[in-house]
Design a protein around this ligand. Structure first.
Ligand SMILES: [Zn+2]
Length: 339
């Protein structure tokens, strides 16, 4: 099931209370979405599918138009996540790393709900949870952007669940940054922020030298600080997890991370599998070869990728403690007044 923003809050709070994290995969193709949902189903886990601006404008979705891209992405995910196969799997759609001039107009529209026309009816779709890329924003610009989204939600009477981020690639974020960013939002819109993404020593992309600055103590300190600040539990979102050793990921979850973003490693896996497919079967791509058609069709490539990729995603979900959570989560969602 695709989660609405209130259900998303409930699931995030359940993860915080029960000390596990949800894998958030930056999925850049319809096939990648299928594989992530299949991996979640195989281990009975919730999963987040997230997109950055570059997926929304990509050839697979918006073809240059991020509004079209988000509508197409959400429609596909809504259809798939609500199909019988995945109806019991809590699925988030999260906007990740949306930046630039289009970020606020796009996200404000997403908060109001994007209208999708199907079969003569109109459907209004919104993400489960929202973040924007604050790497190029000052603290006050960051706060103002988040407040603007909250006001849009309030004016349109729509729920909103937000991740707020600091400079995640700039080493460990000082605690006073949490004070500067979260306090003014919490004062005006208590409860809207459900994820906090400070820097904890990881860096986006791959690192040849590992992540020596990674600090689970910083995660714990930020969790304690924001709890004191707001009077409620706010789990952390971990950016830049590709290449972080498994033991550090487990420490991160125990310290209070509830969302682990996964992009570079996932892209590398899928693209290397594609390279393997073409090097193994490339000779069949000749007009006279009897297996030409099966090799050439997208299905051949995607089935090949899926057979290796899905178990790896499932293993990562399990590492974060997300496996076998579905029964208790669905029960929790059904009994929770917010959802
Ligand atoms: Zn990130």
């Amino acid at each position: 099931m695709l989660l609405n923003p209130l259900q998303a809050r409930t699931v995030l709070q359940h993860a915080k209370t029960n000390r596990y994290a949800i894998l958030a995969v930056n999925a850049d193709s319809p096939a990648a979405i299928n594989d992530c949902l299949e991996a979640a189903r195989s281990v009975n886990a919730p999963i987040m599918i997230e997109t950055s601006l570059w997926q929304l404008t990509s050839h697979s979705f918006g073809m240059g138009d991020p509004w079209l891209g988000m509508k197409r992405f959400m429609t596909q995910l809504e259809l798939l996540a609500n199909d019988t196969c995945y109806a019991d799997i809590p699925v988030f759609y999260h906007t990740d790393h949306i930046k630039g001039d289009q970020a606020l107009p796009l996200l404000n529209d997403a908060v109001r709900g994007l209208d999708v026309q199907m079969g003569g009816s109109s459907f209004r779709l919104s993400p489960s949870s929202i973040s924007l890329d604050s790497s190029e924003l000052s603290e006050s610009e960051n706060v103002n952007a988040i407040l603007e989204l909250c006001r849009t939600a309030q004016a349109s009477n729509r729920p909103i669940t937000l991740e707020m981020e600091a400079g995640v690639d700039d080493g460990v974020t000082p605690l006073e940054v949490a004070q500067h960013l979260i306090a003014p939002v919490e004062r005006e819109f208590p409860g809207a922020i459900q994820l906090w993404a400070p820097g904890v020593g990881t860096i986006h992309g791959f690192s040849e030298t590992g992540f020596p600055a990674f600090s689970s103590d910083a995660i714990r300190a930020h969790c304690d600080f924001v709890k004191n600040l707001t009077g409620r539990e706010i789990g952390l979102a971990l950016h830049g997890s590709s290449g972080l050793p498994d033991a550090d990921l487990e420490r991160a979850v125990q310290a209070g991370v509830v969302k682990v973003n996964w992009s570079s490693d996932s892209l590398l896996l899928r693209s290397q599998l594609a390279r393997g497919y073409y090097s193994q079967f490339g000779a069949q791509l000749e007009r006279t070869h009897p297996k030409f058609k099966n090799t050439a069709m997208d299905n051949g490539l995607q089935q090949f990728i899926s057979s290796s990729y899905v178990p790896k995603v499932a293993a990562r979900i399990s590492l974060l403690g997300g496996a076998n959570r579905v029964a208790e989560l669905m029960n929790h969602l059904n009994n929770h007044p917010l959802a």
